[in-house]
Design a protein around this ligand. Sequence first.
Ligand SMILES: C[S@@+](CC[C@H](N)C(=O)[O-])C[C@H]1O[C@@H](n2cnc3c(N)ncnc32)[C@H](O)[C@@H]1O
Length: 596
Amino acid sequence: MTMNRDNIGKQNKIKISPAKGRPMLYWVGKKPLDYVKGYPAQLLEIFDPLKTGLKYETPRYEDLKKNWQNLLLWGDNKDILATLLEQGFRGKIDLIYIDPPFMSGADYARKVELRGIKESRTNLDEADLIQQTMYFDMWKNDAYLQFMYERLMLLKELLSETGSIYVHLDWHVGHYVKLLMDEIFGQENFRNEIVWVYTGPSAPGQAQFSRKHDIILWYSKNPDRWIFNTDSVRIPYHGTTAGKFESEGTGFGGKKADLSKGKIPEDWWYLPIVSRIRTEILDFTTQKPEALLERIIKASSNPDDLVFDCFIGSGTSAAVAQKLGRRWIGCDINKGAIQLTSSRLQKIIQEQIKNKQTKYLSFALYKVNNYDLKILQTEATELAIKHLGISRTKTDSFFDGTLGKNELVKIIDFNHPLTLLDLQLIKDELQKRPEEDRDIVVICLGKELAVDPWVEEWNKKHPVNKIKIIELKTDQKYGKFLIHQPDQAKVKIERKGNKAIIEILDFISPTIVKKLEMDNTVFKVKIPDFRSMIDCVLIDTNYDGKTFHIVYSDIPQKKSDLIQGKYELEIPKSKVTIAVKIIDMLGEEVITTKRI
Ligand SMILES: C[S@@+](CC[C@H](N)C(=O)[O-])C[C@H]1O[C@@H](n2cnc3c(N)ncnc32)[C@H](O)[C@@H]1O
């Protein structure tokens, strides 16, 4: 095909089948997804401890199916789902589990602890705890529904003919998403609504029942063909039931009951939450228990099947899939989540190698699309809010908060400059609120040229609702905190015969230091050892300048342990490039290389 203007755009458009039917939920701005476009995937890291040499520049299904390598994909899952479709994964996924943001009104934060400190910390001294905002879970209804609609439509395309999808939700949006599922997958494919019940602390003084359950919607791709492995999910009968069967010697319908096999679980599951399972805690707020995923994966997939989670978080579904001998693909938009999943899986695979397991012992990390904000959008917003002293308004669907008594705040997405269109939207909104007499503060990172004259004109005409702009990029007082300073490391790398001698001499994460300063006004920051800021160290002893092969990883098991900081590794006689990747407690990284 010759390239011309017309077919460049069409070239990698991927057709998406229409939704199945009714009932249909309607929201403002509802749009079907007819076509999507794939993106380039850039190979960043390979974990291949048995040195099989598996390396795929592009994760193409046809290549991977011959010699599988698990995949961790970093980016927005809409782009990733489109890319997987383009790379031949249509109809290839056996089981999907997703645990998307819930629109819960909470900002999810990962509590990041510095290493090596916990043991000596008193209850009051929380100076070593940093909040890292992972994502805002605070979306307006319409945008949330469109977000889920698009992803669910893409997921359906990826699901195999005997495949199943489990969608983990709670009371916030469970009822809406069930309608989306009916529309997209068809009511006839509804299998179960599983209720996961748990116990936990409730808010003091609360005047209603404690909300202690989540729901998990299970749909199959096909109404008469799906996997359900009865025998692998059976649980023991309740004592009294077992007693009754024994004494009577019969089961349902007069048939003799074989009680030893146990029963198929009900559609409500009582399983403890992660904070009650000491061995699983990874300090990821929305982390789900492995037992929950174990039941889902065992019930709806077989060994070697492909399990997919495009909201991977701390990596629970990948971890369980790996332990159960399934292949897996995981994605997340958040670098911290990707790093956490990566180190969780590295540990599991090392353990499996010790136990002589032989299958699927490597994975590769790709970045999809150009998602390379130096600082996360959500984090930037959070920082701006803190620095300017804005009070958040969660009930206002347009304005983001207030400043002092008389100013309403609108924050413009930091990934684009303030434009006239943004101002028009503010104007339209104000027209709907004739009673509103407060002034407006617009917060942006930068602005278009036409903005200032527009605002000047507006302010002349409007004695109330005057508009003021705070441009963070150029603002003396606030500008500083948005300018990202990368991690810095001092690493000694030397050759001694056929050994590389590596020593981390110093390390600093300006972001961690800054966050500690910001979050703890009372307690002075104490970082006793630079290694407290380091989560893990990965080493490639023959770096090709592009893809990082994790030949050695130093990931301390416990939070109270520090990384070693000194390493001796075997290397060939010929010259090699040593690369040392240091990942900090917020998931940021710095690479030092040396040819020796
Ligand atoms: C509720 S958490 C998942 C928790 C996970 N089940 C676990 O056990 O740790 C949701 C995750 O979805 C990710 N996420 C949110 N929007 C996303 C998007 N558009 N693309 C990819 N990941 C996204 C968040 O970064 C977060 O890690």
